[in-house]
Write a protein that binds this ligand. Structure first.
Ligand code: ZN
Ligand code: ZN
Length: 93
């Protein structure tokens, strides 16, 4: 099941379950739209993959399947994936 992580790993911006700004990679690494576009150039710093908007889980389902409580904060400084992949489309990496 998809983990709903409620903050950006880089800047800690709040990304609640219904945020339209949340972006995830295929491993559910979660960043805000601004970081993905301006800092990461659509390259996940943890796996090198691309990002997509996170689907919104309906509110009623959160009782049974809540958001993830622990926050992940790993600011991106120098990143090997970023240098290698930022000019390549995710499907060509
Ligand atoms: Zn961010
Ligand atoms: Zn990733």
């Amino acid at each position: 099941m998809l983990q709903i992580r409620t903050t950006c790993e880089h800047c800690e911006k709040e990304l609640p379950y219904n945020s339209t700004q949340a972006r995830i990679c295929s491993y559910e690494c979660t960043f805000c739209k601004d970081c993905v576009e301006q800092l990461l150039h659509n390259v996940c710093p943890n796996c090198g993959g691309g990002f997509q908007p996170r689907p919104i889980r309906p509110k009623a389902n959160l009782l049974k399947h809540p958001v993830k409580k622990e926050k992940i904060h790993k600011p991106v400084i120098h990143n090997k994936y970023l240098a290698k992949n930022k000019n390549k489309l995710p499907e060509n990496r």
